[in-house]
Structure formats: structure tokens, C-alpha cells
Design a protein around this ligand. Structure first.
Ligand SMILES: Cc1ncc(COP(=O)(O)O)c(C=O)c1O
Length: 405
């Protein structure tokens, strides 16, 4: 390999040596500062995806997060579940209090936290609700995205995520998103839980009809079913509130978090449990080598502190509304809809536009790094620290590209 690799060499090496499960735009992240990133040739882009909500504090890791991470990493390594460490207690207390919940099951990735929520729900169904062994059902929604493990793809409605990976895990029922009648119809005596994203991020930033989450939660309560919110992408300020469920006051029995939780540096996720679900799992029913890595938890604690101190959710609400309003003002009949909440925003094109990828490619030429999700949608999810001036910078370019499509 050449000593100093440029973008071209990096992309060639990645295509040659990395299993190709993604279809990235040809931008190589080399260094970053706030909402800006540079490729190895020094071309600058505005970060408009934030690693699907992970880099909410911008690039590289926020200095306070980095400091806490390094300070802790220099002190001691991983204790594993065989011993205790000094970060786990404070992390769990602070996160539980932040969420207004009882206990925290820490994990590493979003999909793992989803798996743990499923385990908790199933065990709750057998030991508390009285569902017969191996009969528990979990209701999920069409167009969902909860990760890539075999169990999680088992309830994906997208054939391309699961076609060749069977036999799949049974016990899931898929209903249309936003459809309360379908939810009520799907609930039966064996239903353990309803698992839902308050806004479907990967599915194209789909915001459910008003009142949906609140009424879904009421239905769950009425039928003794757990209400589980997957806020891996929507949570922790992204949607203009601490959690997207707060728009409808639909507090879940299990709240699943990830991405931003690691402060853009560490891999931290969690299944955060209410009183009802906090003590369902017991030794030795779960565990993970890396799930209580002290430096990662130290980073997460600082990320939460910054989120509150710097009022990032409130900021996302304000600049997000401004961003969406300006996007809605773009007059182009090929734009079907602009939607979202806070700084999770989508522009959906009509099929006649010929797909969203061409626009993300043109935006890339203009210095904006964003990505299509599904065929006809561009998702914009800049770091929560983005200023109004930076949004204006982006809008000037987005308007230029979208107005002439
Ligand atoms: C709502 C939701 N849940 C779960 C996941 C999976 O997270 P991870 O990729 O960390 O496993 C994602 C990832 O995009 C997500 O958006």
C-alpha cells in the first residue's frame, strides 16, 4: 500500500478487504471539527448525518468526553461482571434519573440493547403475566429498524435484511406502523410487549399520526402488555426533547438507548427499565464482556451532562423547526414532503424524481455529507451543536440543489 493514502486508495482498499455490506458515498472521513469533516485531500464537508445520531456533539469526540474517557482509561481496565467498577454505579444512577426510570442494563450496541429488551419482555410474560412457556409474542411494526442480529432481523419487514438468514426467530407479529386498530387486533393473551420506534429513523423518518404513541401505550396498559420504545436513534435530544416519546407523554416500560449515549466516542447502549421491568432478569441470565467498560461509561456520563447543561434538546427543537420551515419553503413539485422532529429531518421526493441518491451525490459536491434512506428520502441529522448560521450555510446549498432537480 502507498505510504500516504488518498481517498481513492482508501476506497479501493476498503472495497478489496472489507466485506461490502454498505454502499457509502465516496467521502473518506479523515479529520473533523464540530460540524465539519475533511477528507485526506483537505476537501471540507458539513456533517449532516452524525453517524445516524451518534455524533450529536460533533467531531471529533467532544473534548470533555475525551478527557473523561482518557482519564478513566489510564486508571484501570475492564472489571467484567465478576467484579464491580467505580463508573457503573454513578452511570446507572445518572442515566436512570435522567430517564425517570428505575434500573439500567448496560450494553454496547443498539441491537444488543434491543435483544435485552426482548429477553426482559419474554421473561416478564412467563414469570409475571403467566404466558405459557415459549408462547410469548412481541408485536412490532412494518418498516421498522432495530438492528442486524438474527433475532432482530426476524421481525424486520424488509426482505433484503433477512432473506438468506433463516431459520429466523419466531414469536414476533408485524403490524402496520401508526395503526391503532391493528395493534388492538394483534394483542392476545400471549402478547408480552409492543416494540416501537417513536419515529422510524431508518424507515425514512416516518412520524406517526398524532396521538398514536399515547394511545398505543394506553392499549398496552389496558391489556397488560409492555410498551417498549426504541429510542436508539431518536433519543437523547435528537428530536428536540430528551426523548421522542415525550411529544405524547408515552413513557415506556423499557426504553432502549444507544448511539449518542457513548458521547460520539464509546460504544454504550442500554435497556432502561421501569419499576415493572427492573428486576426481571437475574444472574446468570445475561451479560456481556464489554458492557460496563469504565472509560465508556465515563464518556457516557459526560455526554449526558453536556446534553443537559448545554440545553441541546431545546436547541435541536429550535434550529430543527427553523431548518424544516426553510426546507418546506423550497418550491419544487418533485418534493413530496418535508417532515421530522428536532434535528431528525427528511425530505421525501416523488417517484418521478428518480430516487434520492442523485441529490445526495450533488449535495456531496456542494460540501454536504448526507445520505439517502430508502429510495426516495434524504435524511438530515446534523450534530445537535449546529448553529443557525451553519444551518443557513447548508440551506443555501440544499436550496440550490433541490430547487433545480
Ligand atoms: C432505532 C434503532 N434501533 C437499533 C439500532 C441498531 O443499533 P446498532 O447499529 O448500534 O446495533 C438502530 C441503528 O440504526 C436504530 O436506528
Amino acid at each position: 500500500m502507498p505510504k500516504k493514502m488518498g481517498s481513492k486508495e482508501h476506497i479501493e482498499a476498503i472495497k478489496k478487504y472489507v466485506v461490502q455490506t454498505y454502499e457509502p458515498l465516496p467521502i473518506v472521513y479523515s479529520r473533523g471539527e464540530g460540524v465539519w469533516i475533511w477528507d485526506p485531500e483537505g476537501k471540507r464537508y458539513m456533517e449532516m448525518l452524525s453517524c445516524y445520531s451518534t455524533m450529536g456533539l460533533g467531531h471529533p469526540a467532544h473534548p470533555e468526553v475525551l478527557r473523561a474517557f482518557v482519564r478513566q482509561a489510564k486508571k484501570v481496565g475492564i472489571s467484567s461482571g465478576a467484579f464491580y467498577n467505580e463508573q457503573l454505579g454513578p452511570f446507572a444512577k445518572e442515566l436512570a434519573e435522567f430517564c425517570g426510570m428505575k434500573k439500567v442494563l448496560p450494553m454496547n450496541t443498539g441491537a444488543e440493547a434491543v435483544e435485552r429488551a426482548i429477553k426482559i419482555a419474554r421473561k416478564w410474560a412467563y414469570t409475571v403475566k403467566g404466558v405459557p412457556k415459549d408462547k410469548a409474542e412481541i408485536i412490532t411494526c412494518e418498516n421498522n429498524f432495530h438492528g442486524r442480529t438474527v433475532t432482530v432481523i426476524s421481525f424486520s419487514s424488509s426482505p433484503k435484511y433477512k432473506e438468506y438468514f433463516g431459520p429466523l426467530t419466531p414469536g414476533f407479529v408485524i403490524i402496520p406502523f401508526g395503526d391503532l386498530a391493528a395493534l388492538e387486533k394483534a394483542i392476545n393473551k400471549n402478547t408480552a410487549a409492543f416494540l416501537v420506534e417513536p419515529i422510524q429513523g431508518e424507515g425514512g423518518v416516518v412520524v406517526p399520526p398524532e396521538g398514536y404513541l399515547r394511545k398505543a401505550k394506553e392499549l398496552c396498559q389496558k391489556h397488560n402488555v409492555l410498551f417498549i420504545a426504541d429510542e436508539v436513534q431518536t433519543g437523547l435530544g435528537r428530536c428536540g426533547k430528551r426523548f421522542a416519546y415525550e411529544y405524547e407523554d408515552a413513557k415506556p416500560d423499557i426504553l432502549i438507548l444507544g448511539k449518542f449515549l457513548g458521547g460520539g466516542l464509546a460504544k454504550v447502549s442500554a435497556a432502561v427499565c421501569s419499576e415493572k421491568t427492573a428486576d426481571v432478569l437475574k444472574y446468570p441470565e445475561d451479560g456481556s464482556t464489554f458492557s460496563a467498560q469504565p472509560e465508556s461509561l465515563a464518556a457516557a456520563r459526560v455526554a449526558l451532562k453536556i446534553l443537559v447543561r448545554d440545553k441541546l434538546a431545546e436547541h435541536a427543537f429550535e434550529v430543527g423547526n427553523y431548518f424544516m420551515k426553510r426546507l418546506r419553503d423550497i418550491k419544487n413539485p418533485l418534493i413530496k414532503e418535508v417532515r421530522g422532529r428536532g434535528l431528525l429531518v427528511a425530505v421525501e421526493f416523488r417517484p418521478e424524481a428518480g430516487g434520492a441518491r442523485q441529490f445526495t451525490e450533488r449535495l456531496m459536491e456542494e460540501g454536504i455529507a448526507c445520505k439517502e434512506t430508502h429510495q426516495h428520502v434524504i435524511r438530515f441529522a446534523p450534530p445537535l451543536i449546529i448553529t443557525k448560521e451553519e444551518i443557513d450555510w447548508a440551506l443555501e446549498r440544499i436550496e440550490r440543489v433541490l430547487a433545480k432537480c
